[in-house]
Ligand binder design. Sequence first.
Ligand SMILES: *Cc1c(COP(=O)(O)O)cnc(C)c1O
Length: 222
Amino acid sequence: MNIEQNLTRIKSNLPKNVTLVAVSKTKPVADLMEAYEAGQRIFGENKVQEMTEKWEQMPKDIEWHMIGHVQTNKVKYMIPYVKLIHGVDSLKLLKEINRLAKRWRKTVDCLLQIHIAEEETKFGLDEKELEEVLKQINIDGSEFENIRIVGLMGMATFTDNQEQIKREFLHLKSIFENLLNQPTTQNLQPTTLSMGMSGDYQLAIDCGSNMVRIGSSIFGTR
Ligand SMILES: *Cc1c(COP(=O)(O)O)cnc(C)c1O
């Protein structure tokens, strides 16, 4: 695995408007540093503790993205430095992020995770739950002053069926379009649609993604 070559190859295939999150979960700091030396500045991790350990050891101009499911009791460890939290899927979590962000006198960017896959196991809100969350944020604006919803995130079903994956991505894209049509507020400023991983990012981009989360194609299998 040549991390630098992998990065160069992937980046040369990405349209300019698409942001690459290098998913480095389970990989050692040495591997992340190789990507860093090759110019990569955005890294995605799915465990708060692992991300925090890497943040402590690595240069401070890195943007750290939390892409995994977050337990409310772990939020406090990442608030000081996290740049974007992709997997927000409950009001309870949003409230906890807001509470700690306020304590740090900062605003934390979040993506709401939408359940688009067939599998029951994947986390995320359905469309109705999304509506409910947005409504609550609108009603209780003052309870959410320190978070900013900047878009949506989703994962397609783990399958070889390209048609199905495409259908799920287009579904998420349509939910995102709806969100873009809502009036923006201080805490709703959507710009980002995070969808696509190593196996399906090209399709995701064709379906409207502007942020891809790529791990194994950069760092090798886990
Ligand atoms: C692991 C992970 C990825 C990256 O997966 P690859 O197939 O290795 O590219 C992307 N998104 C999330 C949420 C992940 O947990």
